[in-house]
Design a protein around this ligand. Sequence first.
Ligand SMILES: Nc1ncnc2c1ncn2[C@@H]1O[C@H](COP(=O)(O)OP(=O)(O)OP(=O)(O)O)[C@@H](O)[C@H]1O
Ligand SMILES: Nc1ncnc2c1ncn2[C@@H]1O[C@H](COP(=O)(O)OP(=O)(O)OP(=O)(O)O)[C@@H](O)[C@H]1O
Ligand SMILES: [Mg+2]
Ligand SMILES: [Mg+2]
Lengths: 168, 168, 154, 154
Amino acid sequence: MIIKQLEIVGFKSFVDKVSLQFPQGMNTIVGPNGCGKSNVFDAIRWVMGEPSAKSLRGGSMEDVIFKGSDTRKPIGMAEVSLILAVEEGQAPESYRNCSEIMVTRRLFRNGESEYYINKIRCRRLDIQELFMDSGMGAKSYAIIGQGNIEAVLNAKPEERRALIEEAA
Amino acid sequence: MIIKQLEIVGFKSFVDKVSLQFPQGMNTIVGPNGCGKSNVFDAIRWVMGEPSAKSLRGGSMEDVIFKGSDTRKPIGMAEVSLILAVEEGQAPESYRNCSEIMVTRRLFRNGESEYYINKIRCRRLDIQELFMDSGMGAKSYAIIGQGNIEAVLNAKPEERRALIEEAA
Amino acid sequence: TCRRFADAFEKINEQFKKVLPRLFCGGKGELCLTDEKNLLETGIEVTVQPPGKKLQGLDLLSGGEKALTAIALIFSTFMVRPSPFCLMDEVDAPLDDANTDRFNSLIKELAKKSQFIIITHNKRTMEVCDTLYGVTMEESGVSKLVSVRLTDFK
Amino acid sequence: TCRRFADAFEKINEQFKKVLPRLFCGGKGELCLTDEKNLLETGIEVTVQPPGKKLQGLDLLSGGEKALTAIALIFSTFMVRPSPFCLMDEVDAPLDDANTDRFNSLIKELAKKSQFIIITHNKRTMEVCDTLYGVTMEESGVSKLVSVRLTDFK
Ligand SMILES: Nc1ncnc2c1ncn2[C@@H]1O[C@H](COP(=O)(O)OP(=O)(O)OP(=O)(O)O)[C@@H](O)[C@H]1O
Ligand SMILES: Nc1ncnc2c1ncn2[C@@H]1O[C@H](COP(=O)(O)OP(=O)(O)OP(=O)(O)O)[C@@H](O)[C@H]1O
Ligand SMILES: [Mg+2]
Ligand SMILES: [Mg+2]
């Protein structure tokens, strides 16, 4: 399973729709300070069902919706879609026949959220389970945020066991 | 007042004596990972009277004494000397006539410490006061350790006042 | 679950002993359990011996050595139970050129089987990647994508 | 002491309003007291508006923007009450090339009156310094100094 495509619109500094294709192998994202690189990772964590605004560097979840700039007005909705390419037999149980799975998350200014898997409305829990079953949660050890690389070493020995447990 | 010269022997990875001259202006220290650059800053903080082993990345103060390598045996003493060049009238009260002040700190494996100002034995407190009077303590805002730049922003508003107080 | 925990620990430790010397170009690394009798609550201790140095606790390691040790631990877990993809945001910032090159060559190897997405400012890392995306804010406050010609960096 | 605190705060804020736009190449920055009536206990709030963006709290800033804001605060304090010397250990690690150049040019200016000692891996910072010291561990575990020919980097 890989992230085949990511579409972001209205999420943080991505007010206009952008679409990124990521092939297998080593993909790199570059750009000046403050241009929106870490926001791409926030978008991926968000669509995977991340529940906490604080770990997306915001105060409330509404902070993920584009809040305006000198030239643009704030908008009312953030939406991120993630298209996963799944190899034969790797998809979780209920998506056995799919070679691609599309996951979408939307948030409106009024606080309403919508979640979709393959364009069918579902709950946040369904999305979280989809990723958990394929060995990848929003808080997985394999997503390392900016400045967080040493967190696993600076943690207490008891906290480090989570790394082993995830692999068990 | 500037740091004119720094002599290190037996302190952390500097088992053999080294001497660095720092002119006025912008001095840069470079080198591969783990070669001893941050140890130079630890040496400066230590000779300025730093009391805490933990803020020198050690468990006990003994950790600052060279503890050996594949080719060298551990040694019994760490010593750092700092020579300050002082402009006319800038020296603290009791050193008014000096154009240079030499501060030395020694630590032996048995835990014994020695402190000197201009080769005359003194207490750690005397050294700390010498630096405080010239506007520069070992914990001063003007010494930023590795990975600490954001500490002043991540602190609570009440903790940030220390920065203003230091300048008051 | 204890059985599986002990098994995963064994395998990750096996990998860690191999990955650490590869990243440090020598030296030794090892994981050990703080309480072997109680697998449900035991912690994990990490000991590292950079090449030519004495065995030491994590505190005495330099900034770059700590980052490299953490990377070795993450990659060891990755080798035992590969997650579908791996996202790393400027983890190469504290590394010098030699360690950056070793880090990149390990990623290239792991990227044969898994997908990596790396955010970096380091030109050496940009040079070895397969796909490069540029993000820009030509219009202040608005992020857009730029197609970056790989030839600019190679 | 309240008088002196208020005075120092005023001056540092004055400088911060000038230094921040210089480092960010535009934008605005400001300090404010959380409790003006109680100068003995009040906290300090920092607000930053990067060029072209909305005014925002510190949390939403990027890694590089946060480092730049912290540098602006340190330098502002330095300008009001210059300490004899300033030591900075890899503070330029999160900065991109443009911000590194602005950071270096500010240091060069302050270094006319004060002494700076900077540890860095960044070649752009090495190119502009007055004196360059190399530290090496040719013999593992033993630090030595190397005279680095400045021409290697210029
Ligand atoms: N809801 C939002 N609306 C508009 N802009 C936002 C929103 N949330 C965050 N931003 C902007 O995104 C910017 C930060 O982006 P990000 O952290 O992705 O930068 P970066 O490219 O990772 O930079 P660095 O290299 O410094 O780490 C901030 O300047 C902030 O103004
Ligand atoms: N008492 C000691 N005796 C011998 N070596 C020591 C002692 N204390 C620390 N060291 C060594 O110093 C090294 C760390 O040095 P330092 O932190 O200065 O590296 P650095 O040059 O700053 O590297 P980086 O670029 O990664 O930050 C460690 O590898 C450690 O083994
Ligand atoms: Mg970032
Ligand atoms: Mg260091």
